[in-house]
Structures are given as C-alpha cells and as structure tokens.
Write a protein that binds this ligand. Structure first.
Ligand SMILES: Cc1cc2nc3c(=O)[nH]c(=O)nc-3n(C[C@H](O)[C@H](O)[C@H](O)COP(=O)(O)O)c2cc1C
Length: 184
C-alpha cells in the first residue's frame, strides 16, 4: 500500500485490485458478491465473475443469463451493490452502481470472447431457479440470445483498509472521485 494519507492513491490501489480480478481468476476480486433488490423489495446476493473494470469510465461489468432472477430484479430496480474482500491486502471494496442490461447485437464482441466451454453458462434449460425432478434434470446448451452484459456504472465507492490504524474512505461520482476520510 502507498502513502496512508493519500486519498487518490488509496482509490488507485482499489482499482488496481479490481483490474487484477478481471485478469486473474485466482484473485479474490474475480468473484464479487453482487447484490440487488427483488421486485418484492427483498435484498438478494450472489457471486458473479468480474469481467471488466474501467477506472476512466467508473464502470465494472459482469456477464449473466438474461432469464435469471437477478435480471428480473434489475429490470424492476436497476441498481446493484458489489462487495469484495481481499484478504492479502486487508481491503474491503464496496461499490454502489446503476446497472444497464446489455444484450442482443450490442454484446456481439463480448460473446465472441467467451470461450466455448463457458458459453454453456448462458442457456440452462429449464430456466435457472426452476424446480426440477432430479438433481441433474437440466441441460446446458449455449444460447447466444440469453447472454447479457451487466454494465454497472459506479456512483459510490467505500473502501476499508484494516491495518495498525484502520482507514476508511468514501468516493462519489458527483464529487469527481475526490474522496474523503470516514471513521472506520
Ligand atoms: C464462483 C462463482 C461464480 C459465478 N459467476 C457468475 C457470473 O459471472 N454470472 C452469473 O450470472 N452467475 C454466476 N454465478 C452463479 C450465481 O452466483 C447465481 O447462482 C446464479 O447466477 C443465479 O442467480 P440469481 O438467481 O440470483 O439470478 C457464479 C457462482 C459462483 C459460485
């Protein structure tokens, strides 16, 4: 970690770890918890894989099957929180985001980069979450039309670093990511 008093460096460290999550499947940042609000107002959380992280755009992306309940939730409330704990860095990253659901022609490039072995994650029959008669009573054909990119536009970042003296900072898009220290 860099200078502990430097808000910008603290934020840059977090972004570096997010980028590592995209590049390295062994990084804990690869698998954020992705939380949404169901149409009934119930919080729902699940693991997703981090597929893109752009500090310039303040955007992170995940991929999903468009018929999953999380997409139903996002259609009703297009907001999500992402949570990541990185043990080696003693860092918790929390992101508050607005989510755009991209599918169809607009995700052709992203689909082309999905390895064939992973394409089966998009197309489960029956739809994910449907009750089934037996443990393996489902099929997983790759269905390009079911592939969706969840583009999460970050509005707010909360970082907590555990050290001899803990550090917590908050950053907001509307504040141009300048940030401020908070009591941890
Ligand atoms: C390690 C791991 C990675 C996962 N990655 C994704 C992912 O990138 N996208 C996704 O939609 N589901 C992913 N899942 C499955 C979800 O956690 C979840 O079970 C599934 O998407 C259904 O969620 P929903 O019913 O809340 O929509 C992953 C699960 C695990 C355990």
């Amino acid at each position: 970690m860099s200078d502990p008093n430097d808000l910008a460096a603290f934020l840059n460290d977090a972004w570096q770890l997010l980028r590592r999550g995209v590049a390295d499947s062994r990084s804990p940042a690869r698998y954020p918890t992705f939380a949404t609000v169901s149409p009934a107002g119930v919080p729902e959380a699940r693991t997703v894989a981090l597929r893109r992280a752009s500090q310039e755009e303040a955007v992170v992306e995940a991929h999903t099957d468009i018929v999953t309940p999380k997409v139903t939730a996002l259609r009703a409330s297009p907001i999500a929180a992402l949570h990541i704990w990185i043990p080696k860095s003693n860092l918790q990253i929390r992101l508050t985001t607005r989510v755009e659901i991209l599918s169809g022609e607009g995700v052709e490039d992203a689909w082309a980069k999905v390895p064939p072995s992973s394409r089966v994650s998009y197309g489960t029959v029956p739809d994910p979450g449907t009750p089934i008669e037996h443990v393996h009573a489902y099929d997983k054909p790759p269905e390009r039309d079911r592939f969706a990119v969840l583009r999460c536009m970050i509005d707010h970042i909360d970082l907590v670093h555990l050290g001899d003296r803990h550090r917590r900072a908050e950053y907001a898009r509307h504040d141009n990511w300048v940030g401020n220290w908070r009591a941890p």
